[in-house]
Design a protein around this ligand. Sequence first.
Ligand SMILES: [Zn+2]
Ligand SMILES: [Zn+2]
Length: 411
Amino acid sequence: MEVEAAGSRLVIDVGKPLTAGWGEQVPLPDVPGLAKGDDPSLLAVLISHPHLDHYGLVDQVSARVPVYAGVGAAAVVGAARFFSPSGPALSPTGHLVDGVPIVVGPFTVTPHLVDHSGYDSYALVVDAGGRRLMYTGDLRGHGRKGRLFDRMLAAPPVGVDTLLLEGTHIRPGTDPAAERTEEPTEPAPPPTESQVELDMAATFRAATGLPVVVSSAQNIDRLVTVYRAARRAGRTLLLDLYTATVAQGTGRATIPQPGFPQLGVYVPQRQRVLVKTSGEFHRTHAIRPHRVFPEDLLAAPERYVLLSTSSTVQELLRAGTLDRHGMLVWSLWSGYLTEPSGVRLRAAAAAAGVPFIQHHTSGHAPLGDLKRLVAAVNPSRIVPIHTQGAGEYARHFPTATPRQDGTWWTV
Ligand SMILES: [Zn+2]
Ligand SMILES: [Zn+2]
């Protein structure tokens, strides 16, 4: 998004499309001054949160353009880069802080911390020229920080002229010929993170072997969920070195990390090699008191739960630490399972007789919560964003006004 007031401009989020391949080079959108830093009317870039579809092109932004992002967001990206260099570094020159307005030229930007699967995520309220624009960013109300969503409903920004409303769960109509006046049936609300915790705990209790949870190392909410579920089941949670490093990188003592009770670290082969070839032995040295080795897992699999990324599963199957007494728990979007790597993973688990189960919930609000948000904020106009169902908004929101990419309009 490019926002202009009194001849000055801001850019909000510079994401890489999720449809782009890992190594694919995607050019920056054609915004004056963004790539070359040669247009003083571009004052800053704001990054709402550290997901690639929001910051993935930030390395192409000129170093002369100030970049704002959350302290925690930058820290998590920084901690992850050693293990997962697929995304760019995030080195903001200024920071987004919950409720603290930033004045940039004619703009006043107020960040609002939100509940989302990405760490340190913000909605942004932009005031300029007597008009007020609100961007939801990515958000939900059913995560571990659902109170932030409730807080926004209870005390919403007032006088919003235009709300840029994320609609990940607003899907394009499947049958354009269907009766359009009919109220569409809404799918059941997604489970809360707390429900995922209870479901996982039941799964962990039922297994006699090692449950292995496959998730994203940067989904801190899910890390908390898995830790709490493991404790409920009386098991010790093992983080891989990547996940442990990101947890420590948050800089928050309340996030489960090495040193917590019933929490250990397992270093998969790939991460061992990474440490060895880089010579960064302080990484394994620092977690030595908490380290659990493959032979420990083999000796007493019923004592542990392992949280790692999907790349670790093959070595566990080969070593026999993950077997038919254990459980493979998929804690990511189910769509990844239809991709070739997901199909291979499931086939490998099935061949070893390992039971497979999914425990997951979305990082995005369902339609019902979006409606509650809109009712609270009560904007004059809603513009769809972050959705494939822009054309569907008007069925749910009378003030919806879809806009085309690359066109200017007035807030
Ligand atoms: Zn996101
Ligand atoms: Zn997103």
